[in-house]
Design a protein around this ligand. Structure first.
Ligand SMILES: NC(=O)c1ccc[n+]([C@@H]2O[C@H](COP(=O)([O-])OP(=O)(O)OC[C@H]3O[C@@H](n4cnc5c(N)ncnc54)[C@H](O)[C@@H]3O)[C@@H](O)[C@H]2O)c1
Length: 352
């Protein structure tokens, strides 16, 4: 197989990211998209040949190798399982599912069908975070002791993500899962499990800080401790105005690394009139801005989709952090943080 032929389910925000990333890979071709709603914008932008209202119809095609699951969270389970049962390899957007049981079932069905399951945690591919990892691995900051990591912005654009059941939670499930997944990859490494978590969240609806129409929390933070002793503080919230703010701080015995994933642009721009776009989830682009140069590359999506295409071409499993095992652990961890918030207790376990 020289080219991987791809079908995408869902035709909005995440689908556009996947299409952009696949378009930069000569060994990838998006041949179909399925959405219950109009997909015209995506189809025209990326010149996709075929559109399906029912994704099951698309899965009947024998010439499609890989399915990208870009539908709302509550549908990840059903769509991934239908794709695996049709013999397709599957990329599933985060979270792997809205419950741990559903996430495990996705893993089992993919294994049973002998198809690859790839969990789309883009932070594991971010060039800046990869460089930070190299610096850690060469010993330049000594032993890592503590990491602070967050993905925060001013609220989800997706109506589905505002519904607690459809999302599987609120901002912590939707955004906090990025730093959680990346920390499993960076610190957990497949052999150093998280053993302790405690979380604090707002209560959803009227008990939210700002987003009173969101069923899930609009603010969440949590502490996690790894078996080897490292601590991490993770945040996922919708109360941060001024643009999506993804930041990481890594503290070691002999050094510190600070990474600014979204405001780290080399461009400083002052515009009296305002520019059309600067970074994700800003509501004003006048005055001084830091226009992103290539968000999809910097957040890791482009190398992420390349890795997944390479996995399909080489019939090899994705690495720990973007595999089904890490996908399950991420959902379990978010649920453990919720349990901690609800009970007021620290939750002990073993998540990897
Ligand atoms: N990795 C990331 O950084 C990242 C970024 C954005 C979104 N996501 C994930 O991608 C997924 C989609 O998010 P989004 O922001 O694109 O949501 P969205 O609401 O913008 O788009 C969802 C699309 O799915 C379609 N859809 C709903 N039910 C469907 C069905 N039964 N069959 C086919 N299509 C259906 C909707 O019509 C809509 O076009 C979510 O799981 C989200 O967590 C990940």
């Amino acid at each position: 197989m020289e080219k991987v032929r791809i079908g995408i389910v869902g035709a909005k925000f995440a689908a556009d990211i996947h299409c952009d990333s696949y378009s930069r890979n000569e060994q990838a071709e998006v041949v179909g998209v399925a959405d219950i709603a109009d997909a015209g914008e995506l189809i025209n932008k990326w010149r996709i040949a075929d559109y399906y209202r029912d994704y099951h119809e698309m899965f009947k095609r024998e010439d499609i190798d890989l399915i990208s699951v870009c539908v709302p969270n509550f549908l990840h389970h059903d769509v991934a399982i239908a794709a695996a049962d049709a013999g397709k390899h599957v990329v599933v957007e985060k979270p792997l599912a809205t419950t741990a049981d559903d996430a495990k079932e996705v893993v089992n069905v993919c294994n049973k069908n002998g198809v690859l399951l790839m969990y789309a945690e883009d932070w594991c591919f971010s060039p800046a975070l990869r460089r930070a990892e190299e610096i850690i691995n060469e010993g330049a900051i000594g032993k890592v002791l503590f990491v602070k990591a967050k993905e925060v912005h001013n609220g989800t654009h997706s109506p589905y993500a505002k519904d607690k059941e459809m999302c599987g939670g609120g901002s912590f499930m939707h955004l906090g899962i990025h730093p959680i997944g990346w920390l499993l990859y960076l610190i957990g490494k497949g052999n150093n499990p998280v053993v302790e978590v405690s979380g604090k969240m707002t209560g959803g609806l009227a008990a939210n800080f700002v987003h009173k129409d969101n069923g899930g929390e609009d603010f969440g933070m949590g502490m996690m401790r790894f078996k080897d002793g490292e601590f991490a503080l993770v945040e996922g919230n919708y109360i941060t105005v001024g643009g999506m703010d993804d930041k990481v701080e890594i503290y070691g015995t002999d050094g510190v690394i600070k990474v600014d994933l979204t405001f780290g642009s080399p461009i400083n721009c002052y515009s009296r009139k305002g520019l059309a776009y600067s970074i994700e989830k800003t509501d004003h682009n006048m005055g001084w801005t830091r226009p992103a140069v290539d968000e999809f590359l910097n957040l890791g999506y482009v190398p992420e989709m390349k890795h997944f295409v390479d996995c399909v071409l080489g019939a090899k499993a994705p690495f720990y952090g973007v595999d089904g095992r890490a996908g399950v652990a991420c959902v379990e961890l978010v649920k453990a943080f919720y349990e901690s918030n609800e009970t007021g207790k620290t939750i002990y376990g073993e998540w990897l």
